[in-house]
Write a protein that binds this ligand. Structure first.
Ligand code: HEC
Ligand code: HEC
Length: 430
C-alpha cells in the first residue's frame, strides 16, 4: 500500500472510531441512578396489566407494557399449541408472587445419571408404553395433554432434583450487566476469602445470535444470558409451545398443531418477544422500607457483610451504560436499564456450597455440583428456600451453606443470639 493510502485508511479508521465514540457518548448516562423498585405489576382477573407501571422502558411501536403482561399471563390450551408435554399453562402460573413476574412455590423435576467415567448423562425417557422416547433431556415434564405422552423418570436415572421457580422482576437490569462486571466480581472473590471462594462464570449460547455466547446469569445453573433466549426455552420446555428459536416439539405423541406454534401478532411481535419485553420492563423487587429502616435491620446489614455473606450475595452492581450492545449484537441496553444501580444480593456466579444437585446443563462437567448464588432481593416473598425448596426457614438455608460458603456459615453460628436475630431481621426486609 502507498503511504497516502495507509494514511487514508488510518484517517478513515479514526473517523469511524470517533463517530462510534460520539454515539456512545450521546447515549452514555454519566449519572448512575438507583433502578426503580416496586411490586407494580398486580395480577388482575380483568384487563391484565391495566394498573401496571413499568421501569420506563420505551415500548416497541404499537406495543404496550400491558400487552406484554397480558401475554405473560395468557393461559394456553391444546388449541394454541400447549404440550404435548408441559409443566403449566402460562408463565404467570409459576412467576406470580406477590405480583405477575414474581416467584412461586412451583417446583420442577430434573433427572439423569452418571456413567462409569463420571460424566453426567441426560436421560432418554420412554413414553407411550415404550413405543416412543424423549431423548437427551434432563427436564422431566410433569404434565401431558394425553396419558400416552406422560413422562416418568426411569429407575436408571439415579440423579433426581427439584428446582424451585425463580423471580423474574428486575431481570432486565441483570441482563444489562456487562460480562466484564461479572468477571471482575469473580476475580476479586479469592482475595476476599483467603482463596476459599471463587465464583465460576460460564459462556452460554445466545439463541437469537447463532454462534455467539455470553456469560450466563439466569436460571439455577446460569444456563442463559439473554431474556429472549430464556423466554424461548421456557415457552417450549414449560408449556410445550414451539417458537422461532426452538422450532421442534419435545415429542409428536398426541401433537395436533404445526410448528412453530408461536408467531408474530398484529404488532409484529411473537409471544416470546412480549415475554422478554415484559420482564425487561419490570421494576426491581423493593425492600420493606419500614423494616429496613429499623436499627436491627441496619445492624443486620452490617453483620451480613462482616461475616462474608456479601462476597457472594453482592449488595450493589451497576448495569452497563445505555447504548451498550449485548446478547451477541442483538440487543442495545435502553436508557431505562443503563447505568442503574441494583441490589440483587447475588454475584450471578456458580459456587459449590455443598448443595448441588449433580445435573449439568450448559456448563462444563464441574458445574454439576454448583449452583448460582440465589439473588436475595424479594426474599421475603418466598417460603420454601434453596434450589430444591427443602429449607423451611432462613436459619436452615444458612446452615446448609458448606463448601465455598463454610466460613460464613461458621461465622453465622458464632454470632451472639442478638446479632443472629439482627441478621435475620435484615433478611426479612429483603
Ligand atoms: C411450571 C413452572 C414454570 C413456568 C410455566 C414458567 N417458568 Fe420460568 N422458571 C421456572 C423455574 C423452575 C425456573 C428456574 C429453572 C432452572 O433454573 O432450573 C424458572 C426460571 C425462569 C427465568 C430465569 C429467572 C432468573 O432470574 O434466573 C426466566 C427469565 C423465566 N423463568 C421466564 C419464564 C417465561 C417467559 C415463562 C413463560 C413462557 C416461564 N418462565 C414459565 C418455572 C416456570
Ligand atoms: C460462596 C458463596 C456464598 C456465600 C458466602 C453465602 N451464600 Fe447464600 N447462597 C449461595 C448459593 C450458591 C445459594 C443457592 C444454594 C442452593 O439453592 O442450593 C445460596 C442461597 C442462600 C439463601 C436461600 C435463598 C432462597 O431464595 O432460596 C439464603 C437465605 C442465603 N443464601 C443467605 C446467606 C447468608 C445469610 C450468608 C452469610 C451467612 C450466605 N448466604 C453466604 C452462595 C453463598
Amino acid at each position: 500500500m502507498k503511504p497516502w493510502n495507509v494514511l487514508a485508511v488510518v484517517l478513515s479508521t479514526v473517523l469511524v472510531v470517533l463517530a462510534s465514540g460520539a454515539r456512545v457518548i450521546r447515549h452514555h448516562d454519566p449519572q448512575e441512578q438507583e433502578a426503580p423498585a416496586g411490586f407494580t405489576t398486580p395480577t388482575l382477573s380483568e384487563d391484565p396489566g391495566s394498573q401496571s407501571v413499568s421501569n420506563g422502558i420505551v415500548q416497541p411501536p404499537d406495543d404496550t407494557f400491558a400487552m406484554d403482561q397480558a401475554a405473560f399471563e395468557e393461559a394456553d390450551g391444546v388449541d394454541t399449541g400447549l404440550g404435548p408435554v408441559f409443566n403449566a399453562r402460562s408463565c404467570a402460573d409459576c412467576h406470580q408472587n406477590p405480583v405477575t413476574g414474581g416467584v412461586s412455590q412451583v417446583a420442577e423435576f430434573r433427572a439423569g445419571h452418571y456413567d462409569r467415567r463420571g460424566n453426567f448423562v441426560n436421560p432418554n425417557i420412554p413414553i407411550n408404553d415404550n413405543q416412543n422416547v424423549i431423548p437427551n433431556r434432563s427436564l422431566v415434564n410433569d404434565r401431558a395433554v394425553c396419558p400416552e405422552a406422560q413422562e416418568r423418570a426411569p429407575k436408571s436415572e439415579a440423579v433426581r432434583a427439584l428446582r424451585m421457580s425463580l423471580n423474574t422482576l428486575g431481570d432486565g437490569f441483570v441482563e444489562a450487566i456487562d460480562d466484564g462486571t461479572l468477571q471482575a466480581i469473580a476475580q476479586q472473590q479469592p482475595a476476599l476469602s483467603g482463596g476459599k471462594i471463587g465464583g465460576e462464570f460460564i459462556q452460554v449460547p445466545v439463541l437469537e445470535a447463532p454462534g455467539q455466547t455470553r456469560i450466563g446469569r439466569f436460571g439455577w445453573k446460569d444456563q442463559h444470558a439473554s431474556l429472549l433466549s430464556f423466554s424461548s426455552d421456557a415457552y417450549l420446555n414449560e408449556q410445550g409451545i414451539t417458537n422461532r428459536l426452538n422450532m421442534t416439539d419435545t415429542t409428536t405423541v398426541c401433537k395436533t398443531s404445526s410448528d412453530p406454534e408461536d408467531g408474530p401478532d398484529e404488532v409484529g411481535m411473537a409471544d416470546i418477544d412480549h415475554f422478554a419485553q415484559f420482564i425487561r420492563g419490570t421494576q426491581v423487587p423493593p425492600v420493606d422500607a419500614t423494616l429496613m429502616a429499623s436499627s436491627d435491620a441496619q445492624a443486620g446489614q452490617q453483620i451480613f457483610t462482616q461475616v462474608g455473606c456479601a462476597i457472594c450475595h453482592v449488595t450493589a452492581i451497576t448495569t452497563a451504560p445505555a447504548g451498550t450492545v449485548i446478547n451477541g449484537g442483538t440487543f442495545t441496553v435502553p436508557d431505562a436499564l443503563g447505568s442503574r444501580i441494583i441490589h440483587p444480593y447475588s454475584d450471578f456466579l456458580l459456587h459449590n456450597i455443598g448443595t448441588g444437585d449433580g445435573i449439568v446443563q450448559n456448563g462444563p462437567p464441574d458445574t454439576g455440583y454448583k449452583v448460582r448464588t440465589t439473588p436475595l432481593w424479594g426474599l421475603r416473598t418466598h417460603d420454601r428456600l434453596m434450589h430444591d425448596g427443602l429449607s423451611a426457614t432462613r436459619e436452615q438455608a444458612i446452615q446448609r451453606h458448606k463448601g465455598e460458603a463454610l466460613d460464613s456459615a461458621n461465622n453465622f453460628k458464632g454470632l451472639s443470639p442478638t446479632q443472629r436475630s439482627q441478621l435475620l431481621t435484615f433478611l426479612n426486609a429483603l
